[in-house]
Write a protein that binds this ligand. Sequence first.
Ligand SMILES: Nc1ncnc2c1ncn2[C@@H]1O[C@H](COP(=O)(O)OP(=O)(O)OP(=O)(O)O)[C@@H](O)[C@H]1O
Ligand SMILES: [Mg+2]
Length: 251
Amino acid sequence: MGISLSCGQAKWARSSLGSRALNSGRLVPVPRGIFITLEGLDGSGKTTQIRRLTAWLARRNIEPVVLRQPGGSATGDRIREILLDSRSTGLTPMTEMALMFADRAQAIAEIIQPALDAGKIVLCDRFTDSTEAYQGGGRELGSEIVLDLHRLICGNVQPDLTLLLLPSLEASLIRARRRNDRDQSATGKDEGRFEAEQDAFYYRVWQKYREIAAREPERVIRIEGDLSIDEVHEQIVESVAERLMTATRGV
Ligand SMILES: Nc1ncnc2c1ncn2[C@@H]1O[C@H](COP(=O)(O)OP(=O)(O)OP(=O)(O)O)[C@@H](O)[C@H]1O
Ligand SMILES: [Mg+2]
């Protein structure tokens, strides 16, 4: 695809932290790492693409910090079990949203903020857009309450770049349900609570994702259609490479 990056991890870290100096008493914002999130419906390919992107970065001597939500921290993994296990019956939408933010607060404090402060690239499998899409859209709590909670709990931690995977609704759900059956027989873990939802729920999630992308076109890159894993990867690395080059130029 013609883009090659020469910045190794050491050079990357230097360039992102190097201009910390205060010039002539003027406050210069402290540069930080890059926060990249992957979003999309269950089965849209987020985890698959994070693995591919991590390998692509590793070939360029960049070692990102990778995490998923819910989960990532030790406490977050326990919250994940409550949220995703089909045996968690009767969780109210508000409970669900509060647990998502409890997990996120912990992940920011323990993992995301320290990594960004150290000038690293953070790859996160779902973030607040998921809460807006699933609890705001799917559970019909609306966007406002989710965005208010984000401001209160997550402060100014916002992704620099969000890669939104949008294969067709049908393709996503078929893949997610198939993958869950496979994982459950391999590990005994049941993470199918959301996949058991009706198609109308997923349609609302899908609509809300599109609404977020339309609202924030600079941050959210849409990767649409039933593309192969390689084709999606190509589009992702193109966006990430562009982002990295902008950051290393200090633009
Ligand atoms: N573009 C693609 N074409 C065909 N199959 C794909 C594609 N991307 C991913 N898959 C397959 O679909 C299944 C689900 O992918 P993956 O686990 O990456 O999705 P996900 O977005 O992480 O889902 P979840 O939100 O449920 O964790 C996997 O078996 C994966 O190999
Ligand atoms: Mg996944």
